[in-house]
Design a protein around this ligand. Structure first.
Ligand SMILES: NC(=O)c1ccc[n+]([C@@H]2O[C@H](COP(=O)([O-])OP(=O)(O)OC[C@H]3O[C@@H](n4cnc5c(N)ncnc54)[C@H](O)[C@@H]3O)[C@@H](O)[C@H]2O)c1
Length: 406
């Protein structure tokens, strides 16, 4: 690309767009924020006012036809991700697709083929817990170098929020994004779990799973409260609805129409196997207890996430570690805690996945690079979730058909 700015359009002016992507995009020297699109004019107007989007659309296909765009950020609810991506790439636009890429493998494959055919760049979210985060890239290299020896087993439970009362249980808003059938339910809301496993252990070989709906009735904050919030925001860096929605009364009843609990046993290509539970919890846990942390046990050492650190390793292969404390541990500090670190941290500063993904897509477009969290990555993570549902449906092990080079 010879130009020095990428012309960006955003579809979906909801919470993830205004809290995370738009405040970053508006500050990027390499981005021209040309257009925003949403079904609600109040939201496009708020995005024009707060983030300087030049054009507003209420119809996505009209935006695609009329706006002069290089890349589209698809930040709508999951049910729209497949048709919106296909329409964008067929017009030669680069895309960032919020999670989930798709909730069925045929859709995921159709998207992947279209992206490859068009030769456009694609980021498949989430990029958190992936090799786009240098700390994960570093951990993956340590594991490959043998810091854990042969992996005996691993376990992970991903619950969403575990300590903050109002955020426990289901998402406090977003019926279409998190509760309706085509949202994919809590499994497809939490692809962070398979993502974390693959980022550390490499590609997956098979899955055996049991999935279901345990809690049908939920209450959320009515949709219009988001518009009331946006109307009152004047600082683009203070448009994070999460900061207020968790404390608003949940007065609207919704039904969970997709799975909310999935227990999977993943077999990895490296020969290891472990469990992964994705679901929500409804009451707080105590620090250091409850789910949320990947734990990997090997013949030469253990790798544990959490307990106040980003991750910690104890290993007989001390030669591979830059530092160990008196008890033999190498602790990587939680992101943002670098100033407190007594030991080397691979990358200081907080990792904000929305910002890093935005930056990465734009860099890949301008420098003609292949995104780290691209099509192969998205297909594989999607298949780990789709395969779990398929295994639960058939009662049989699901053998993966995709792979990824990690
Ligand atoms: N909110 C978060 O913190 C968060 C975090 C990570 C990922 N995500 C993902 O981002 C996506 C959106 O989530 P959200 O929380 O922003 O939901 P949201 O409901 O706040 O926002 C979705 C927006 O898309 C708009 N929209 C829906 N259909 C549309 C259409 N046909 N054309 C144009 N606009 C349309 C809605 O009006 C709404 O404003 C989901 O896939 C979700 O999984 C959200």
């Amino acid at each position: 690309m010879t130009q020095d700015k990428v012309k960006v359009g955003v579809v979906g002016c909801g919470v993830v767009a205004t809290a995370y992507y738009l405040p970053y995009l508006m500050k990027m020297d390499t981005v021209d924020l040309v257009a925003v699109c949403d079904l609600y004019r109040t939201r496009t107007e708020a995005c024009a006012r707060l983030f300087g989007a030049k054009e507003q659309y209420l119809d996505y296909y009209e935006m695609l036809d009329k706006a002069d765009l290089d890349a589209i950020f698809i930040l709508t609810a999951p049910g729209t991700h497949v048709p919106f991506t296909l329409a964008a790439v067929e017009k030669g636009k680069h895309v960032l697709i919020q999670k989930p890429m798709a909730t069925h493998m045929d859709d995921a494959r159709t998207i992947a083929a279209a992206i490859r055919r068009a030769g456009v760049k694609a980021i498949i979210e989430p990029s958190s817990n992936t090799l786009l985060d240098p700390d994960y890239a570093y951990l993956r290299e340590l594991v490959k170098a043998g810091v854990l020896g042969d992996i005996l087993w691993f376990s992970l439970a991903w619950t969403g929020p575990t300590t903050y009362g109002p955020a426990l249980g289901g998402n406090p808003y977003g019926q279409a994004a998190f509760y309706d059938k085509d949202s994919g339910g809590f499994l497809f809301d939490l692809p962070y779990a398979p993502t974390q496993i693959v980022s550390v252990l490499g590609a997956c070989k098979s899955v055996f799973a049991q999935a279901g709906i345990k809690v049908t009735d939920h209450r959320i904050v009515p949709e219009e409260k988001y518009d009331e919030f946006l109307a009152g925001v004047t600082d683009p860096d203070k448009a994070n609805y999460w900061d207020v929605v968790v404390d608003l009364p949940r007065t609207k009843a919704v039904k969970m129409q997709a799975v909310d609990q999935v227990y999977s046993m993943y077999e990895m290509v490296d020969g290891s196997a472990g469990t992964c539970h994705v679901g929500r919890i409804y009451h707080p846990v105590l620090p250091g207890t409850g789910g949320g942390n990947l734990q990997i046990f090997g013949t030469e050492g253990n790798l544990l996430f959490g307990a106040g650190h980003m991750a910690s390793i104890i290993s007989t292969r001390k030669d591979l570690l830059p530092y160990v404390d008196a008890a033999g541990w190498y602790h990587i500090p939680s992101r943002g805690d670098a100033s407190k670190a007594k030991w080397p941290q691979p990358t200081p500063g907080a990792f904000n996945y929305y910002h890093q993904s935005s930056q990465h897509l734009i860099d890949c477009i301008l420098e003609d690079r292949t995104p780290i969290v691209g099509v192969d990555w998205g297909l594989h993570i999607t298949e780990m979730m789709v395969g779990a549902l398929e295994s639960s449906r058939t009662g049989q092990r699901y053998d993966m058909t995709t792979t990824v080079d990690v």
